[in-house]
Design a protein around this ligand. Structure first.
Ligand SMILES: C[S@@+](CC[C@H](N)C(=O)[O-])C[C@H]1O[C@@H](n2cnc3c(N)ncnc32)[C@H](O)[C@@H]1O
Length: 310
């Protein structure tokens, strides 16, 4: 029996949209679980925290430009995620700048919810910081705000793998800086085991993430003789459970490393085997007693806005 008088094609279209929305939710949920499996197996936050207390405090904070009359430091986070990486930046900056406005450009609603919860839990440590939440991609932000507000400090940590055009995004963020302001971009090093493994994923399985090399990150600044410094840091991820075919967490962790949701289900037996063999090889990982550790390195580039560029 026909329940509505709508033509069959619009029913079909609605069903297709419901299936697509459900599948998007399924993938987002699965992706978050795989990210959590990664966080649980890595010392990323610990390493980043040490880096923040050294490089950020030594190389960035003392060299930020003087503030305007309003005496407020304007900070922009691009793809801030749930804020664990950026919150120590803010506490470090607060030591010198007691009034900060932190604009957060982050497209994922669940990440913003988590970031807000973190801010609430750290309330006393973040006193003096006003948050300005923008649930947008960098491209959407560019369309709505252009270069209306300039910032003293901008960070884009592991988020540029998702933008459409890396070079144009880098130059846009540079344009958003106040003279003398600093842009910090962190990406995964193209020399490390994780990158080599990701490169080995067959193109037919690759999803919407595009890792890129340090050379591509530096090139637009080299061409324009814009000054920057480079440093790198490493972290360890315990991937032992990826080799246990019965481990759900191992499967999720492998998905995050490869950036392919449900890799085991989608890959052929030989594609799966190739990846596991490469993962176990010394090109990608090392043994530490009974544990297997993947080698992960990050490149951090700190760009300084020329004083005469505005
Ligand atoms: C790998 S996570 C990194 C999160 C956080 N910066 C960190 O290092 O823990 C990448 C983040 O970029 C965000 N993102 C994805 N596409 C983006 C875009 N086009 N513009 C800005 N952020 C984006 C994602 O929602 C996600 O929170």
């Amino acid at each position: 029996m026909q329940l509505t008088s709508r033509p069959a094609s619009s029913d079909g279209e609605r069903k297709r949209q419901i299936i697509m929305a459900e599948s998007k939710l399924h993938y987002e949920d699965r992706y978050m679980k795989s990210y959590e499996a990664f966080i649980a197996s890595s010392n990323k936050y610990e390493r980043q925290d040490t880096w923040t207390k050294t490089v950020l405090l030594d190389k960035i904070v003392p060299h930020l430009p003087n503030l305007d009359q309003d005496n407020e430091l304007r900070v922009l986070g691009v793809g801030s995620g749930s804020g664990e990486i950026e919150y120590p930046f803010l506490t470090a900056l607060l030591k010198k700048y007691p009034i900060i406005t932190n604009r957060v450009v982050e497209p994922a609603e669940d990440q913003i919810i988590k970031y807000k919860a973190l801010v609430q839990s750290k309330g006393h440590e973040l006193q003096g910081v006003k948050f300005d939440w923008r649930q947008q991609t960098l491209e959407q932000y560019r369309d709505t705000d252009g270069v209306g507000t300039k910032f003293h400090f901008i960070s884009a940590i592991h988020s540029l793998y998702h933008v459409g055009d890396v070079e144009s995004s880098l130059l846009y963020m540079y344009d958003l800086l106040e003279p003398g302001g600093k842009l910090l971009v962190i990406i995964m090093s193209d020399e490390c085991g994780w990158f080599k493994l990701w490169r080995s994923v067959p193109d037919s399985l690759k999803q919407d993430v595009r890792y890129f090399s340090l050379a591509s990150l530096q090139s637009p600044f080299n061409q324009r003789i814009i000054p920057y410094t480079h440093s790198y840091q490493n972290c360890e991820v315990d991937i032992t459970q990826c080799f246990d075919k019965t481990s759900e967490d191992g499967e999720l962790l492998l998905e995050f490393i490869l950036q392919v949701t449900e890799f085991k289900k989608k890959a052929t037996a030989s594609q799966y085997q190739d990846v596991i063999e490469l993962l176990a090889s010394s090109e990608c990982s090392k043994k530490d007693g009974s544990r297997v550790i993947i080698n992960v390195e990050w490149d951090a580039v700190i760009v300084t806005k020329k004083l005469s560029d505005n």
